[in-house]
Write a protein that binds this ligand. Structure first.
Ligand code: M6R
Length: 613
């Protein structure tokens, strides 16, 4: 989704902005642009497509783009098509304005009303965007003080925004502001780097702070002032970013997705560290300890999330019911909010999110809070909005995830959800012995995931046999049903192959009509409580000519004899099976996308962090 990078200091801004834009590329975008303020100048360059294109265009521009303050943006279209005119930065009225430029992430919901008002005052717009309206509004309210004009404009808008604003008339001032959309301010020595996420900041400084909703920061080269949009001064908390440059660079890997698949064993070990007390027989989850009683007496637990995170929530639903014996459900965060959900006393709402910035999930949490629920966040990005807005939570600790297709975050979400279910379960009906067995098995999972990843070449060979097929089915039962959904999502989002995931039993209620000779049907068929039933589903596929690619428990000769391809996973207790069964499906999607010549890390139309509803 849109990415913002801005710089004010003593160095040339444009190389810093271009490098920052490249670091934000993973978020997903369709156009890019930057503005640099020099002595009495405001140079703007915008282009459609990759940041590389913008960089080349800068070399051809007649303006110098010389100056030590600038703002830049990658756009993911919401209002108006993918055109240069709609790309950011936007200016206040060209020719008549004050040379104000704005970059924006979010949506100004009342932009049409504001646009009409501005048009009546003679403003002429050059784009279809809501952002340009904001730029004109700031220009209209400007009387020589950029901070005041931005505060006044933000008091007029509704919606979500993270913005950075500069004005050629004030070459020593940048104003940034936020409500709802992510924005972080890196504090260097006599310089500030503002960005949508820390990956664009850490190369410059590790000290940073986040703005609260409805607040702005006025940055000069050697000082800053933060205030609410009503100009009440506030003191932000500067903290150290827990991110190293090495973590966000590709290293020896060809793609971030592959790197992150391979990082999964380490990520799991990190996530487990200090949380399993095998001797004492308990799960230690510091972030939620003070709510343990509330959780153990909960009447209902609702998981909310989107995409991959939703699939983790589906696993959570099964596990909370099985291990903790509390009624549980899972819901698309986007649906939860708008159906006026019933939240009775004793309801706990748990948001799952890698980025911690997904607008739909955040909105669901706001709804749950308003209705009095205890809210928890299972989040990866430390300090993200969801982690701050929930009452308590558990960090995934899997490290930064750059690939748009979520892999190690999913496995982290599964692990943390399992630990949470065991944490609650032990306070209810889960025996000491059962918990001990589960935790002992959990401790072995990182090594077992490593052994699955080691089959990558075999998975590649099998994928090659089916990669030209345009329709795939993914089936699973029980805990493996969300894994089937996740496998289908991975395949479609990066290879653009049509794939459907469903409960294996559902197939014969309609989708079975799709099966023809040689159609690839991926079946997650591990040895568990539903195994026999899954075998019957495999037979149903085979008798209609479908080819079964199974994910099965090592040594299962029945599956070997029935299926065209088998990806083996170690024998683990049923609650832990999704942690191993999803791995071959991630690799399958990766290899299929590469074989089809797709850009694995930057799939078309997709954004890493979806910050608009
Ligand atoms: O950051 P989040 O976990 O909240 O993101 C939710 C989804 O947008 C995300 O999982 C998406 O489905 C991924 N592209 C899946 O690979």
């Amino acid at each position: 989704m849109c990415g913002i990078i801005a710089y004010i200091g003593s160095r040339e801004a444009s190389p810093i902005l271009i490098e920052g834009l490249k670091r934000l590329e993973y978020r997903g975008y369709d156009s890019a642009g930057l503005a640099v303020v020099g002595d009495d100048t405001l140079d703007i360059s915008r282009s459609v497509g990759r940041v590389r294109g913008l960089e080349e265009q800068l070399g051809r521009e007649t303006a110098t783009f010389s100056g030590s303050m600038g703002i830049a943006h990658t756009r993911w279209a919401t209002h108006g098509g993918v055109t240069v005119e709609n790309a950011h930065p936007h200016r206040d009225d060209l020719g008549r304005g004050h040379s104000i430029a704005v970059v924006h992430n979010g949506i100004i919901e009342n932009y049409l009303t504001l646009k009409k008002w501005l048009e009546e005052k003679g403003h002429v717009f050059a784009s279809e965007t809501d952002t340009e309206v904001l730029a004109h509004l700031i220009g209209e309210l400007y009387d020589g003080d950029l901070e005041r004009a931005v505060q006044a404009a933000l008091r007029e808008v509704t919606g979500a925004y993270a913005i950075a604003v500069v004005c050629a008339k004030e070459p020593d001032v940048m104003v940034v502001g936020r409500k709802g959309s992510p924005l972080m301010i890196g504090v260097g020595s006599n310089e500030y780097v503002v960005a949508s996420d820390p990956s664009a900041i850490v190369a410059h400084t590790k000290q940073a702070f986040t703005l609260d909703d409805y607040s702005v920061a006025k940055l000069t080269r050697d000082s800053f002032r933060t205030s609410t949009i009503d100009n009440i001064e506030i003191t932000p908390q500067i903290r150290e970013l827990e991110l190293d440059l090495g973590q966000i660079e590709l290293g020896e890997f060809e793609h971030y997705m592959l790197k992150e698949i391979h990082e999964q064993p380490t990520a799991l070990r990190r996530s487990l560290q200090g949380r399993l007390d095998l001797r004492g027989g308990s799960v230690v989850l510091g972030g939620i300890t003070e709510h343990a009683r509330h959780l153990a007496t909960a009447k209902r637990i609702v998981f909310v999330g989107q995409g991959t995170a939703l699939h983790a929530g589906m696993v959570g639903e099964y596990l909370v019911e099985n291990l903790a014996k509390i009624p549980a459900e899972v819901e698309f965060a986007s649906e939860f909010r708008y159906r006026n959900p019933i939240v009775e006393p004793g309801t706990v709402v748990i948001a799952i999110s890698q980025s911690g910035e997904t607008a739909d999930t955040l909105a669901a949490i706001e709804e749950a809070k308003q209705k009095g629920a205890l809210t928890l966040g299972l989040v990866n990005v430390v300090g993200s909005t969801i982690s701050r807005e929930t009452d308590a939570g558990i960090y995934l600790r899997v490290g930064p995830e750059i690939g748009v297709a979520s892999t190690k975050a999913f496995i982290g979400q599964l692990l943390v959800t399992t630990m949470l279910a065991a944490f609650i379960g032990r306070r209810r009906f889960l025996s000491q012995e059962d918990l001990h067995n589960l935790l002992t098995a959990m401790d072995r999972v990182p090594d077992q995931v490593e052994s699955v990843i080691a089959q990558s070449d075999q998975i590649k060979t099998a994928t090659a046999r089916y990669v030209n097929r345009d329709n795939w089915l993914f089936l699973g039962r029980g805990l493996n049903y969300p894994v089937a959904l996740e496998g289908a999502l991975k395949l479609k989002e990066i290879s653009y192959i049509h794939a459907e995931g469903m409960p294996a039993a559902e197939m014969k209620h309609g989708p079975i009509a799709l099966i023809d000779e040689g159609m690839p049907v991926v079946v997650v068929a591990t040895r568990n409580s539903q195994y026999e039933k899954v075998l019957s589903n495999i037979e149903e596929v085979r008798s209609r000519g479908g080819h079964v690619i199974a994910v099965a428990t090592e040594g299962d000769e029945t599956i070997r004899s029935l299926c065209e391809e088998v990806f083996w996973v170690p024998d683990v207790p049923e609650p832990l099976q999704p942690l191993v069964t999803v791995v071959p499906l991630q690799l399958l999607a990766y290899h299929a996308a590469l074989m089809r010549g797709k850009d694995v890390d930057k799939p078309r139309n997709l954004a890493k962090s979806v910050t608009v509803e």
